[in-house]
Ligand binder design. Structure first.
Ligand code: 4AZ
Length: 300
């Protein structure tokens, strides 16, 4: 039925190009460990990745850091996650995961083909704390696996912006990794406040932003690094605003989590994107929409 087929094309285009959506979450029913957080719903943050490494071949993989799926074969994370082991063979990316040790039927475990660390990353200051993990194979999106949107430019952020952090990191300083993915709502803390003398005293650069609460009741911690600080604006589409990066301790007053401003790295990310699937998909959609138009207008 060519006419039906033709009307389906915009829907396909929509699905191919979509990002930042949470198919399993009823946004209207949303209330809100990480520090000061709670268990996320199953499938709540479908771009959340667990980056895991094995100390030696044949040994088990351990959760090291979080990451965000930004297209079907690319995970954005923090450069400091790759402390010692830079060889992609000793890493894996686990996507669509909820319980850290119990993958479910839609969880995908992918090999990593390349790791790209920002060439200007600095250990002392955590400046340019960004890295990309390219997956050996593209993942198929499903209700539990979706990419997050990357902003082109810095969106206006205020106290009213609805932002969350998520991860399997500790729920207290020097604590153990959590089993169930944790989430917490955070406030964006203005740069002038975060850089005050009795806060970070100027250590937060323009490529970073602070989020959490002034009294430290909500924060990220060890094991959350590399994961997303994500915000939604007018609709329920989530954008990757920050990459969990650093901070002094966890949950300390006037020392909130420090996140890398994702928008500032858009061109660096774009120069490392080899998303063959998206390119093919768009070509596919264009060819079929042309075929659909011809069938509808000229043949019928
Ligand atoms: C870490 O070590 C780490 N409280 C992550 C986030 C924060 C501190 C430390 C922020 O991965």
């Amino acid at each position: 039925m060519p006419a039906v087929y033709y009307t389906e094309i915009p829907v396909q285009l929509f699905l191919f190009l979509e990002c930042g959506r949470r198919p399993l979450v009823d946004e209207t029913a949303e209330g809100s460990r990480i520090i000061g957080g709670h268990d996320a719903q199953l499938g709540a943050w479908p771009w959340q990745v667990s980056l895991q490494a094995q100390p030696a071949p044949g040994e088990p993989f351990y959760h090291i850091c979080g990451g965000s799926l930004i297209n079907s074969n690319l995970v954005l994370t923090a450069a400091h996650c790759i402390k010692v082991n830079m060889s992609p063979e000793s890493w894996r990316a686990v996507i669509g995961l909820h319980h850290l040790y119990k993958p479910h039927s839609r969880t995908v475990i992918q090999k990593v083909s390349t790791i790209t660390i920002h060439s200007d990353f600095e250990w002392g200051t955590f400046e340019n704390d960004v890295a990309l993990f390219q997956l050996a194979k593209s993942v198929k999106y499903n209700a539990y696996i979706q990419p997050i949107c990357l902003p082109d430019t810095s969106p206006p952020l205020s106290h009213e912006t609805s932002c969350y952090i998520s991860g399997w990191g500790s729920t207290y300083e020097n604590g153990k990794a959590e089993h169930i993915l944790q989430e917490a709502q955070v406030n964006i803390i203005p740069q002038q406040i975060c850089n005050k003398f009795d806060w970070y005293a100027g250590a937060v650069s323009l490529n970073m932003l602070c989020a959490g609460t002034a009294n430290g009741s909500v924060d990220s911690c060890q094991g959350d690094s590399g994961g997303p600080l994500m915000c939604s604006f007018l609709d329920d589409t989530y954008y990757l605003i920050g990459i969990t990066s650093s901070g002094v301790g966890c949950g300390r007053p006037q020392l909130p989590g420090i996140y890398i401003r994702a928008a500032n790295y858009r061109s660096w990310i774009d120069s490392h994107v080899f998303d063959k699937t998206t390119t093919v998909s768009i070509q596919f959609v264009l060819i079929f929409s042309t075929a659909g138009w011809v069938t509808f207008h000229l043949i019928l």
